[in-house]
Write a protein that binds this ligand. Sequence first.
Ligand SMILES: C[S@@+](CC[C@H](N)C(=O)[O-])C[C@H]1O[C@@H](n2cnc3c(N)ncnc32)[C@H](O)[C@@H]1O
Length: 254
Amino acid sequence: MSGKLSIVGLGPGDDRYLTREALDALAKAEALYGYGPYLDRVPSRKGQSRHASDNREEAARARAALSRVASGANVAIVSGGDPGVFAMAATVCEEIAVGPDSWRALDVAIVPGITAMLAVAARAGAPLGHDFCALSLSDNLKPWELIERRLDAAAGAGFVIALYNPVSRARPLQLSKALARLARHLPAATPVIFGHAIGRSDESLAVTTLAHAGDTLADMATLIIVGSRETRVIAREGRAPLVYTPRAVEEAIA
Ligand SMILES: C[S@@+](CC[C@H](N)C(=O)[O-])C[C@H]1O[C@@H](n2cnc3c(N)ncnc32)[C@H](O)[C@@H]1O
């Protein structure tokens, strides 16, 4: 007998962003696993156990949930945003790949959620209207030199760039290093969006330029979108500006 593992995206903020599929998977689970603050967003249900762990214990959390599923339980692992974007779905796949053969036969469903990049973009306008990419600035799982190479390639190729994990207590200087790197390729007036805690009660949004982006505060709950050469800002009297990237590009970049 084996159960089911649902890896559920909670979206960026409060329960307005939970899909019906996510609510259904959460309601059916006998046990919930996740980083404590994410578990706190899920209303408690009678008979459902909760297993909170630190955000540096993702592999152990995935193994614990998989073992429980293998013994027949219906389990949900919760993830902020989308579980497939810098989150638990990849962790679970990594553990299945190296775990007991029997884990490969388990019923695993990944339930998507709104990722931070889309939530921030929607608040600002349509900055992802043309080609874009997403990078994590964390060098916990990859060398910083690789991040710099990818920033060079992405900005050089004309992508709008979403930056996840821009800073942490252990990495206070990486955002300024990344912005300096991007400034080698992009004009000083390139629009830059800082979205903080979007979808939560303390959300904030700032639109600035690459030249001034270093003066804007970012923390672990901030996602940054750096425009391309095509990204524009429409100033509006009495309303927040609209940042957009037109759908068409006339010329190939040199
Ligand atoms: C480990 S990643 C997880 C991303 C998540 N799986 C998602 O799809 O949004 C954490 C990073 O996502 C971004 N993030 C998550 N929630 C956010 C929110 N509500 N507002 C702005 N950025 C957010 C921040 O850049 C944060 O450092």
